[in-house]
Design a protein. Structure first.
Length: 247
């Protein structure tokens, strides 16, 4: 095992701050020793770069459990995301749920190609990556999307064991993020990205929970009306100022 998994233990040692020789099957490797969910995801992304692509790793507590899952997976034919079960964005039965998350932007590293980096491929969809790399600060945008996904997981138990690249954050025509069935918000403060996901089942139309098209239509209509109102207010103010200036 030492020769087969030496690279794996070298990566692990960097994240749990232990000497490689100290790592054994009982070594704890979960978030109690790897501080911050982003570092957990980065650790498993580095495992994937070594050829150890582990799915549903949220229940792994020790190095022995990691090895057991890797050995099990070697006997199973790998299916890509496109050939796996359909994306599931179901919502649990709780009437009221809320999740909040904060991420340090510096934990998201710059890479030559975000579309090819294992960490970004594991945690963001192709559309999310395309959106983020077009923003003035891609790293800041990735941190915000990651934070809101963490918030959604905390608010919706059905997403708990879902890979982050299996559910997607959408954007309306004005760049406002949304996720069906939830009110979400992303903010950036200095070196941090903060996100919140809120759902009140009593105040949500069931049709909106199952049809993304309806969500997009309703949001776009709201912003169109708001834009028209803003335009009329600005026009009225401009006319008023022009009249005052002539007088």
């Amino acid at each position: 095992m030492d020769s087969n998994y030496l690279e794996l233990r070298n990566v692990l040692a960097n994240f749990i701050k232990k000497n490689v020789a100290e790592i054994n099957n009982d070594t704890v490797i979960d978030k109690t020793v790897v501080q911050g969910s982003i570092l957990i995801h980065r650790m498993y992304a580095e495992f994937a770069e070594l050829g150890y692509d582990v799915e549903n790793y949220t229940d792994i507590k020790t190095f022995g459990q990691l090895i057991e899952k890797i050995n099990l997976k070697q006997n199973i034919e790998y299916n890509s995301l496109n050939n796996s079960e359909p994306i599931n964005t179901e919502i649990d039965d709780s009437d009221l749920s809320v999740g909040i998350d904060i991420e340090k932007i510096a934990n998201f590293k710059e890479v030559a190609d975000f579309r090819e980096d294992e960490f970004y491929k594991q945690n963001f969809t192709d559309s999310e990556i395309a959106h983020c790399i077009l923003q003035p600060s891609p790293i800041q945008s990735f941190a915000g999307v990651f934070a809101v996904k963490e918030a959604l997981v905390k608010a919706n138990n059905l997403l708990k064991n879902k890979p982050f690249n299996s559910f997607e954050i959408y954007y309306d025509n004005f760049g406002k993020p949304f996720f069906q069935g939830f009110i979400i918000s992303i903010s950036h403060v200095d070196e941090f990205a903060i996100a919140i996901a809120f759902r009140d089942k009593k105040n949500i139309d069931p049709k909106i929970e199952t049809k993304t098209e309806t969500v997009v239509k309703d949001i776009n209509m709201f912003w169109k009306i708001l834009s028209i109102i803003s335009f009329l207010v600005s026009l009225s103010l401009a006319v008023y100022m022009l009249v005052e200036f002539k007088n």
